[in-house]
Design a protein around this ligand. Structure first.
Ligand SMILES: NC(=O)c1ccc[n+]([C@@H]2O[C@H](COP(=O)([O-])OP(=O)(O)OC[C@H]3O[C@@H](n4cnc5c(N)ncnc54)[C@H](O)[C@@H]3O)[C@@H](O)[C@H]2O)c1
Ligand SMILES: O=c1ccn([C@@H]2O[C@H](COP(=O)(O)OP(=O)(O)O[C@H]3OC[C@@H](O)[C@H](O)[C@H]3O)[C@@H](O)[C@H]2O)c(=O)[nH]1
Length: 386
């Protein structure tokens, strides 16, 4: 493998990375990239490894010696500090991060996103190890514009909705809106990491992902996850399409999101890892401001793309409306709009997303169809009563 150069033309030294939550959606793509394109070593920590098994087995894989899986729960495992000490860089991805959990399991959500991350920050700080911590775009909460009168022309002014790392406020709902338990826990861990940097010299980078989507995201209920489970929107809508049932639009599907392809986003993470001088002390939005849709538009586009990739006709009535109370339960609330400002990541790392929403849905839904269509069909064949 040719020596890799950083953005300033200096050779990049191979490093050892302690990746916590490596078995999840983002972790699996990051491991894949690191094995295929870099000389770095990964200590992969997670409770599960299904999504990275193709990188671990068989032993004859060209990178076999560079990735090591450690099955552990960071809530209670004394091996954590030793593994952080063995690495040059720690990346923390571990979290409960599905909205269906925020208002129904707020304690687990707060513990997972704040309390469980504390030892990771502490061990990095005490051992002078660099930390890349995964936060979320949800720390911005709602836009300032959402509080303006519905007909105010200022709602069209980007100053009232574009989300900027160093100037936008974090605006959450009331405490009884438990949806914000996740965002609030993520905000507090960001503040703690920032303070460790300021007071104790911790070298850190905080990542705020804006709806990264692609293959291996979450699970299909009843196939590789619980039948009653509610994953994030990509997997919810994929599940509906695979089962030929209407896509459920929560509160009319009026909320707006920007979606970025996981493979574009992983490029940004690799730049952060390999350019510490440019990434340390920074908070980065990572998203695609050009891929904005309402959830209703997303449902329509996914229906159209799925028809193309599966060859199966769309339903006559492809969507139905459902209230958030019915879908998520009491205490749900929503972010109205999420456009990332890209100035900082552009300036520091020269990164820009490339893939359009249509293209990323086409490759993702091709994967979903290939991976799940048969299994879903089988699961839907009802046993004949004897
Ligand atoms: N995917 C996105 O668009 C998105 C958006 C915003 C923020 N994020 C953040 O990025 C990170 C990764 O997200 P993801 O989409 O890959 O989610 P994911 O659920 O697929 O991955 C998280 C992984 O962490 C592991 N984990 C959780 N608790 C653990 C523990 N106590 N010990 C060991 N492992 C544990 C899980 O088993 C899982 O494999 C999270 O911190 C999330 O909040 C993701
Ligand atoms: O079946 C569904 C699922 C979801 N939705 C809606 O689709 C939108 C997006 O839902 P997602 O499940 O992807 O979750 P959100 O975008 O609200 O939050 C996510 O974004 C940032 C990350 O931190 C987390 O991964 C998650 O909190 C929401 O408005 C939700 O109400 C539906 O209309 N129908």
């Amino acid at each position: 493998m040719a020596t890799r150069m950083d953005l300033d033309g200096k050779p990049i030294k191979p490093m050892t990375i302690c990746m916590i939550g490596a078995g999840g959606f983002i972790g699996s793509h990051l491991c894949e990239k690191l094995m295929a394109e870099t000389p770095h070593k990964v200590l992969a920590l997670d409770v599960y490894n299904d999504k990275i098994r193709h990188l671990l087995e068989p032993d004859s894989l060209p990178w076999a010696g560079r990735i090591q899986f450690h099955r552990l729960n960071i809530k209670h495992d004394s091996r954590l500090e030793g593994l952080i000490k063995m690495a040059d860089l720690t990346i923390n991805l571990a979290a409960i991060c599905t909205p269906a959990d925020y208002n129904t399991r707020p304690l687990d959500t707060i513990y997972s996103n704040f309390i469980d991350a504390l030892p990771v920050v502490k061990y990095c700080s005490e051992n002078n190890k660099r930390l890349i911590h995964f936060s979320t775009c949800e720390v911005y909460g709602k836009t300032v514009g959402s509080f303006l009168p519905k007909d105010s022309p200022l709602r069209q002014d980007p100053a009232y909705y574009v989300l900027k790392e160093d100037t936008s406020p974090c605006i959450f709902g009331s405490i009884e809106k438990q949806r914000w338990s996740y965002a609030c826990a993520k905000q507090l861990i960001e503040r703690l990491i920032y303070a460790e940097g300021a007071e104790n010299g911790l070298e850190f980078t905080i990542v705020r992902p804006f709806n990264w989507i692609g293959p291996r995201m979450d699970f299909i209920p009843g196939i590789d996850g619980p039948s009653e489970g509610v994953p994030r929107v990509l997997a919810c809508f994929s599940n509906n399409l695979l089962r030929h049932e209407p896509l459920k639009l929560v509160d009319g599907g009026q909320s707006q999101r920007t979606f970025v392809y996981i493979k574009d986003a992983i490029e940004a993470v690799l730049l952060m890892m390999e350019n510490p001088d440019r990434a340390n002390g920074q908070i980065f939005n990572v998203g695609n401001p050009n891929n904005e849709v309402t959830v209703r538009q997303l449902a329509e586009m996914m229906t159209e793309v799925y028809t193309k990739v599966s060859g199966e006709p769309a339903l006559q009535v492809p969507t139905i409306d459902v209230s958030s109370k019915e879908f998520y339960g009491e205490g749900y609330d929503d972010s109205d709009k999420r456009i990332p400002d890209m100035t900082i990541i552009n300036r520091q790392l020269g990164w820009n997303p490339k893939t359009s929403l249509w293209d990323l849905l086409e490759s993702t839904l091709t994967y979903q169809h290939r991976t799940y269509a048969e299994a879903v069909k089988k699961s839907m064949v009802k046993p004949v009563a004897s």
